[in-house]
Write a protein that binds this ligand. Sequence first.
Ligand code: OGA
Ligand code: MN
Length: 277
Amino acid sequence: MSLKVVPTTPTLGATVTGIDLANVAAGDIEAVNAAIVEHKVLFFEDQHLDPEAQLSFARQLGEIDVAPFGPKHPDFGEMTVLDQVAPKDQGADAWHTDNTYLPCPPSFTILQSVKLPELGGDTCFADMYAAFDALSFELQAFLCELTATHDLTKTLKRAIADGNADVDLASMQQQWPPVHHPVVRVHPDTGRKALFVNGNFTTKIDGLTSTESEAFLSMLLEHVGSPAFQCRHRWRVGTLTMWDNRCVQHYAVPDYTTRRVMHRLTIAGTQPTGPAA
Ligand code: OGA
Ligand code: MN
């Protein structure tokens, strides 16, 4: 089988066929790595991997990062299970990057659909290189000098309140204190600049007053959601989607009321996000 990659939009996303992720052939992982660099989000349809096969595919892309909170698969502790019927305000229905409260946030997220509502539950993705490139040169130069604070508190409080995290807030805050990441991140593989603030974890642009920070953050977070940088994915059961958190944000559309089950793995980042760009 040879890999076929069909782009979703000129900006980001691609459907990949001609590959069986449960039995990857020689050269397939290199091809997947090359495709993700180019398209930033990959959709592999009709894969239907069991947890073991999803884990074994993921391990070939890097080290599995076990999320410190969130519901896990009973037999595979590295795997988060998203099992939702009322997704509104559960956290993924905001533009975000995964787990940026970590000093070294995950590079990839690998999500497979197991059960879907008949309609709805799409996921939107946005290209953060394009979001950066669309800003004026003057604003780019200003933002490149800055870092921002990322904190798990808001998202974790909500997960605890919803029964999705059986952990103590104070001890988690102690274990994962706020971290600082550049507002504009240089991607380690491409050297390109990507906007790196998100609605779930970024609480403050460092060095600005609260009023200034709120104004810039709300402007940037609105900019991130522009349809010009997006693709929208309609899931089929057994599709495995992989995205690069270093240059992509995502948004889970909360428009369904019947069960949606997803199996999720994250791959650890290989290096800190670095100083301001
Ligand atoms: C995630 C996430 C989106 C979705 O797994 O990090 O945000 O559509 N998922 O479930
Ligand atoms: Mn997410």
